[in-house]
Design a protein around this ligand. Structure first.
Ligand code: PEP
Length: 247
């Protein structure tokens, strides 16, 4: 079980470190892995504030090249050195506003695992795709391309996480029903079984994301194919994230 808060473009470095300090006592008894995904510039301070606690640190994006003339970009090694354990890859906002594609997601997954960062790979359909009834095809294609060239050994040793986030549920207050969320997470698990075998598929954490709140987290996380959540808006409030992380 893994619960990750994606702060998106919120919190200055000082606000972020103060927030982690506020969070520490609230989540110290959580049975799930607790992760906070901070803006790049806040990572060192967040990592410092979280040191010695059960809070793990994630970046929200990375570049797939190790170094070079890529102005404004940040590599996996830089994130590791700044204190990140995880990195979110292919969030729908990156795909929608910053030209992220399944192919760049795949390159980032390869670079992240090679650097020892745990990728949280985001996939999910748009409302139009859901209404057209093509959710399983869309999500299968996204996962398949994201994992191209990733061996079963790397899949498991990296701890790679897949986050199913229907785009129509992100930041909209429209949560998928428990059944809708579980159905797609199950589709993903079946695909992993096709690609890597049932035993490996059972070991991969699949999160649900999309308007997870303190009120609905427990039921969602109790579904058989859902192993936790990726939480946006509700992760910005310590009291709400506390409930979700302990759900
Ligand atoms: C997200 O950004 O990953 C997300 C799920 O956002 P929200 O919880 O605000 O819908």
């Amino acid at each position: 079980m893994i619960v990750a808060g994606n702060w998106k473009m919120n919190k200055t470095p000082s606000e972020a470190a103060a927030f982690v300090k506020e969070l520490i006592p609230r989540v110290k008894g959580a049975k799930s892995e607790v992760v906070v995904a901070a803006p790049f510039v806040a990572l060192p301070g967040v990592a410092e504030a979280a040191r010695g606690t059960n809070i793990k640190v994630a970046a929200q994006n990375m570049h797939y090249e190790a170094k070079g003339a890529y102005t404004g970009e940040v590599s996996a090694d830089m994130l590791k050195d700044a204190g990140a354990d995880y990195v979110i890859i292919g969030h729908s906002e990156r795909r929608q506003y910053f030209g992220e594609t399944d192919e760049t997601v795949n390159r980032k997954v390869q670079a992240a695992t090679a650097a020892g960062l745990i990728p949280i790979v985001c996939v999910g359909e748009s409302l139009a795709q859901r209404e057209q009834g093509i959710t399983p095809e869309v999500v299968r294609r996204q996962v398949k391309i994201a994992l191209l060239g990733v061996s079963a050994e790397t899949l498991l040793s990296s701890g790679l996480v897949i986050a199913y986030e229907p785009i129509w549920a992100i930041g909209t207050g429209k949560t998928a029903t428990n059944e809708q969320a579980n159905e797609v997470c199950h589709t993903i698990r079946m695909l992993l079984a096709e690609l890597y075998g049932a035993e490996a598929a059972a070991k991969v954490s699949i999160q649900y994301g999309g308007s997870v709140t303190a009120a609905n987290a427990k039921e969602l996380f109790a579904m058989p194919d859902i192993n936790g959540g990726l939480v946006g808006g509700a992760s910005l409030k310590a009291a709400d994230f506390e409930v979700i992380a302990n759900a």
